[in-house]
Design a protein around this ligand. Structure first.
Ligand SMILES: [Fe+2]
Length: 251
């Protein structure tokens, strides 16, 4: 196997082993926080970075090469906050996050919460965009069970979570935030079982499912909506409900 060593100023003068050449990639990339990679580890997916001046990400570490603690330390010291994974390897990344971060109670709840979002975001968005309803429901079940576990498992988590929530116009982030708020409020009411909390979380996560039937230009329109556009947008809860209400696996 051909091996190449990249000298890279952006890595603080350190080197990174890659195989098969520099391999600038034009495939869609998913951005990840460096904090989510926890060496020493053998990853089933390759990592890419943007070095200074690069317009496309370049291969930092091929999946065949183990990642050491020093590697990530060097990346952080060089100011690199994000690494990238090719979108067709995102499922391997999700599996890694679920197995090594989300499930590890020794890791701070806020880090696990962020990992949970990252692990499910791409799968959820992809499934919703392609109207893969079974997959949307599967991902939401996992996400909601773990959200409830995290919120109910740590008394100090509530205030910290507010700092982790990402307030933007992304439908997934919005839905996860709504779901998290709902679980927090329902938990404070102290009249719901753990099972009911999961159902509440799932209902909240899926509350905007009908938005997938709206054109993205309409969802992202900066100008005020016309009356006709408002009426179209207001149809989304009904449409989502109609799609989901016949499912026996949802309450
Ligand atoms: Fe909403």
């Amino acid at each position: 196997m051909a091996e190449q060593v990249l000298s890279n100023q952006a890595l603080g003068g350190t080197t990174a082993c890659v195989s098969g050449g520099i391999a600038n990639s034009t495939a869609p990339m998913v951005k990840l926080s460096v904090d989510m990679i926890r060496p020493p580890v053998n990853l089933d997916f390759s990592l890419y970075i943007y070095a200074k001046g690069d317009k496309t990400p370049r291969l930092y570490r091929d999946s065949k090469y183990p990642l050491k603690v020093e590697d990530i330390d060097r990346l952080k010291q060089s100011g690199t906050k994000h690494v990238y994974v090719v979108s067709n390897e995102i499922e391997a990344y999700c599996d890694y996050l679920k197995e090594t971060v989300v499930e590890d109670t020794a890791i701070a709840p806020t880090v696990r919460y962020e990992a949970l979002r990252q692990a499910t975001r791409s799968v959820f968005n992809n499934a919703a965009a392609n109207q893969l309803i079974d997959e949307v429901v599967d991902v939401s079940e996992y996400l909601d069970q773990k959200t409830v576990d995290l919120i109910c498992g740590d008394e100090t988590l509530l205030a910290d979570l507010f700092q982790v929530m990402t307030h933007d116009y992304d439908t997934f982030n919005h839905a996860v935030n709504v779901s998290t708020y709902c679980v927090m409020i329902a938990r404070e009411m102290r009249c719901f079982s753990q099972e009911s909390l999961v159902e509440i979380a799932q209902g909240a996560l899926l509350h905007d499912y009908g938005k997938q039937y709206l054109p993205s230009w309409l969802l992202n329109q900066a100008d005020p909506l016309s009356q006709a556009q408002k009426e179209t947008v207001m149809e989304h809860p009904k449409r989502g409900f109609e799609e989901l209400c016949s499912r026996e696996d949802l309450s």
